[in-house]
Write a protein that binds this ligand. Structure first.
Ligand code: CA
Length: 235
């Protein structure tokens, strides 16, 4: 039998958690509910889910702090995180993405919308698993082992940055518009704004360190990964 994708729901409101659980179960997922940060951490220490739905406003440690911690930890860093929140403005959305969330959904949301986003993050993660190694200059990405190195040094990248880099490396020296990147990297960009691309490019550059200079902004056009950049000497 096919294994059902596990979804960890971190939500302190039982009514919301129950509603999400019922809907996920009906749609072929295996929901696990944690009502606070402590039980969520205990659950993760035990079994890794395929996706985490993370409420922003939790008693004790906030969803934002949890997202940051899980993204920084080697065991949990590759698990897609979707933030659930009543906060809807762009500053909060960017804060959620900056903390390491892959996507963001504002309450109240429909089951249809939630499922679409979950399928999108799962799809985004799946394709690079069986591809090989791509290199550009001294930058190397191994899709099978999920490792990125520059000058032999291992770099830490979040799942979206990994996918973005994989795409840019596989199509180097070409300029890609934000909407093209959304289409190719995010796949299902119905709910995602072009601003999201900038947030993830910024995070990708930071994660790449010195090699971040290989990611060029092409004014008025988009982004390009190029080996032609003359790397500045680190200060
Ligand atoms: Ca809450």
């Amino acid at each position: 039998m096919r294994r059902l994708p596990g979804v960890l729901i971190v939500e302190d409101e039982p009514a919301i958690a129950e509603l999400i659980s019922v809907n996920l179960r009906h749609n072929g997922f295996r929901p696990i509910w944690a009502m606070d940060s402590t039980s969520a951490q205990a659950e993760l220490d035990n079994t890794l889910p395929d996706v985490i739905l993370l409420d922003w406003m939790l008693p004790g440690e906030s969803g934002l702090a949890l997202a940051r911690r899980w993204r920084a930890h080697p065991r949990t860093k590759a698990i897609p995180i979707i933030m659930l929140t009543a906060r809807g403005d762009e500053v909060d959305r960017v804060a959620g993405l900056d903390a390491g969330a892959d996507d963001y959904i504002a309450k109240p949301f429909s089951t249809k919308e939630l499922l679409a986003r979950m399928r999108a993050v799962l799809r985004r993660r799946a394709p690079e698993r069986d591809a090989g190694v791509v290199t550009l200059g001294e930058l190397s990405l191994d899709a099978a082992t999920y490792r990125v190195t520059y000058q032999g040094q291992l770099l830490k990248l979040g799942p979206t940055e990994f996918k973005l880099l994989h795409y840019l490396m596989s199509h180097a020296e070409r300029v890609h518009s934000r909407s093209q990147l959304l289409d190719k990297v995010w796949g299902d960009h119905v709910f995602i704004e072009e601003r999201t691309v900038d947030v993830h490019v910024k995070r990708l550059r930071e994660a790449l360190g010195e090699a971040g200079q290989l990611v060029e902004t092409v004014r008025g056009a988009g982004y390009r990964l190029t080996a032609q950049t003359v790397l500045a000497k680190p200060a």
